[in-house]
Each structure stands twice: as C-alpha cells, then as structure tokens.
Design a protein around this ligand. Sequence first.
Ligand SMILES: Nc1nc2c(ncn2[C@@H]2O[C@H](COP(=O)(O)OP(=O)(O)O)[C@@H](O)[C@H]2O)c(=O)[nH]1
Ligand SMILES: [Mg+2]
Length: 472
Amino acid sequence: MTIQLRKPILVTGLGLSILLWLGDSLRHSFMDMGEWTLLGLIATGGGFWLLQNRNSKPEDLSQPLLPIELEEVEKAIEQTNQIVNLIETESPEQDIIQLKEEISQLPNLLEKQSFSLAITGSKQAGKTSLKQLLDNVSELESISDIETEDLLKNIETDNIKICSSALNADLVLFLVAGDLSDSQWQIVKQLRESRQRVLLVFNKQDQYTPEEKIYIYKQLQERVSAIITSEDIVSIATVPNPIKVRQQQQDGSIKEWMEQSEAQIDSLTNRLTTIFSQEKEQILLGTSWRETVKLKQQAKTILNEVRRDRAIPIIEQYQWIAAGAAFANPVAALDLLATAAVTGQMLVDLSGVYQQKVSLSQGQTAASTIGKLMVQLGLVELSTNAIAGILKSNAFTYVAGGALQGISAAYLTRIAGLSLIAYFQEQEVTTETKEGFNLERLTAKLKQVFQDNQRKAFLQGFVQQAVARFSV
Ligand SMILES: Nc1nc2c(ncn2[C@@H]2O[C@H](COP(=O)(O)OP(=O)(O)O)[C@@H](O)[C@H]2O)c(=O)[nH]1
Ligand SMILES: [Mg+2]
C-alpha cells in the first residue's frame, strides 16, 4: 500500500484527516480517478458547456472614433501567432492548418481593391429598396458586394442581435426610418467598438414635415455623437410616396393626379464616394482589425479547449480530496481552512496549465479569499441546503455520515476550480498574474459559474456520483 503524496501542503494543510481518509477503505476509489472522470463527464452531459464562448464580446475594445494604426493591427496579428504557437507546443495534434492559412492571408486584406457593404436595420426600414438603388449607381463601382440583413430579435431577452454580415463587411449602412431605439443604439455602438465604419442612414424622408425632419436628424446626431460624426449621418428617401399634384385648368376646374417621386439618395452616394476615395486605408485597416480579432478569438478558443481538457481532471482530483477531508472530519462542518489548503494547491496546479506563475502562497491567499467570498455570497449555504435536500428526497440505499459535508466540499472545490478556468480563459493569453488575482473579476466568475452549475439536474447528478463514491 503505497500512497504517494506529491504535495506536502496537503499533509500540513489538512492534518490527520486526509491521511486517515487516504488510509481508509475509500482510498481505492480515490485512486480510481480516471474512470470517474469519464463517468463524470458523461453524467454531467459535457457540463462545462457554458464556459466557452459565452460572452463572445470582442475583447479588444477601443475608442470608436480614434483612427486605427497599422501597428495595432500588426500587434494583434502577432498576438494571434503567439497563441497559435502555444497551441502547437501544448497540443501538437491539433489540426489548425486552416486557421494558420487564414492568419497568413491577413496582410492581403490591406491590398483589397473593392469594398463590401452591409445594409442593416429593422424590418421595413427600406434595406432591400436601397440595395436595388445602390446596385445601379455607376459611381459606386468600387463596391463589390452589398448584403442586406434584418436585425434579429431575440425573443427571450428582447435584444436585437448584431448580424455577422455587418461585422464582416468593410462598411455598414445602418438604416433607420425615424428615431434610434435603445437596442439599435446598442448595436451601432457594438459595431463601432469593433472598429466598423457605420453610416447612419435616415430613410423615408418623405414621411416627415421639414420641421420633423430637422428635429429627428438633430436627435439622431446627439444620440450618436460619441461614436459617429455628423458627416456620417445622411438623410434619404428610397421609395418616396407618390405625391398628389393639383393643377387649375383654364376652365377654372381643378385637376388632380398622383405623381411618383424620385428616390433621393444623392447624399448617401456622395458620402460613399468620398469615403472610398479618401479613406480607403482606414476602412481596410478596420476590416483587417476585425478579421484579426476574429481569428485571434478562434485561436484562443482552441487553446482554451486544450487547456480545459487538462484542467478538468485536476479539478476532479482536488474536489475528491476536499470531499475526503470534510467527510472524515464532519464535525468541523465545512472546514474552510482545510478546503482552502486543497483549493490553494489546486489553484497553483491550474495556473500552471494556463502558464501563469502563481506561487503556493499566492494560491493559498486566493483560495482563502475564494472561501470567504463563497460564504459571503451565500454559496456555501445555498449549495449545502440544496445538496441536503437532494440527499433527503432521494432514497439512497446508504448515505454515510459526513456525506453532506463531503459532497458540499467537493462541490465548492469544483466551483472554485471552474471559476478559475473561466477567469483564465477570459484573460489575454500573454497577460501574467504576477500581482495576484483580480478579485473583482474572480468574484464575477464565481457568481457566474455557481449559477451555471446550480441547475437541479446537474446537482442531482453530482450528488449521485458523490454518493456512489462514498458508498463504496
Ligand atoms: N414612404 C416611403 N416608403 C419607403 C421608403 N423606402 C422604402 N419604403 C417602403 O417601405 C417598405 C419596406 O421596404 P423594404 O426595402 O422592403 O424594407 P426592408 O424590409 O428593410 O428590406 C416598402 O413598402 C417600401 O416601399 C421611403 O423612402 N419612403
Ligand atoms: Mg428586405
């Protein structure tokens, strides 16, 4: 019977309890970790699901009105290549040929000779009519492609989603037929934050009196002034209503007829012509920037995946160590100190996976902070109650004493570990955690991960797994 404890901290941190536990009959189930890992993954239905790509906000936000410098784009390309190198070192078997090819094409974007346009806005704003008109403007021959896309409404959240064609295009025409709604404003803002050039196009001019037109235009101008200059707000009418013409005849009678009015889009075509001739470089830098950020994000997702695959087994290992400690020593309720010792070592190991140099003392400090946060946020109480409820309501054939404490400790250790993964995943790959953890971000991750893992089905599965272990 050889038990190898590679990490002396566990012995000092947990004292006798863990040694007793390890020496006890449960020992072999602890050694059986590999199998459980697999089972756990199946049982939780790939439960780490929510962590990836959830907030796929572009991470490189910047001042929307500042011009983009070539150096910025080059730096972003370099960072993307760094991530690719990390993937190749850490997981040589990954197939990233396609991604590498796309990255190598990035510099060519600056040499493009034609532009792609996206017209977006609410349904009925006049996108299709505008596209038809623009397709036939000969001065705009440098436009290679115009896509129109409705803003999509997400029924659940009532949010309007940014559409991909708008991000991919070189320039966006954002069409409104009146005031800008709040969600539309959000979209315009997001586009500008992605360094997208946006022209705000106020359509259906014919529907307003001259006073109304001025009023609405001013409102639009004020609303977007921080992110769009006035030159980039233009008024048009793509399909003006026919107007009634009255004419007095020689015999004194009045003749009336409807006359089709012509589309008014000169202000827009003029603006586009100017932009394409004078600001070609900025426009293409913006496109390169967005494309680079997109590829960088793709690379990061792959790297995160690779690292997560290595991190999850580590969490699983430590969650059962924590469980064993609490299980063997249930009197101390949830021995947060003991848990912090385990969590501290887990933090160090996980940091290693993410190439962050975190010392043991930093790890322990962060761990006890996490422990305190969990108490403060009510996570300890919430999860212990939930687990107690599940234990009670299920007729498990045998539940050992201390199981509640053990399972709770396992669960909270898992939450701590997953939070740390989420924390590292969000961080720039090249950033180091030298000065310790950013508590605010860690707290946010803790809350988010706890919520994600609180679903009853997940907890139930977790408890079942744990009970199975304790009943061996
Ligand atoms: N009065 C008026 N109606 C317009 C104007 N532009 C488009 N429309 C009408 O608005 C409706 C929706 O236009 P459409 O181009 O299909 O909008 P989309 O849903 O954004 O593609 C159609 O009935 C158009 O005739 C305009 O400038 N003035
Ligand atoms: Mg349409």
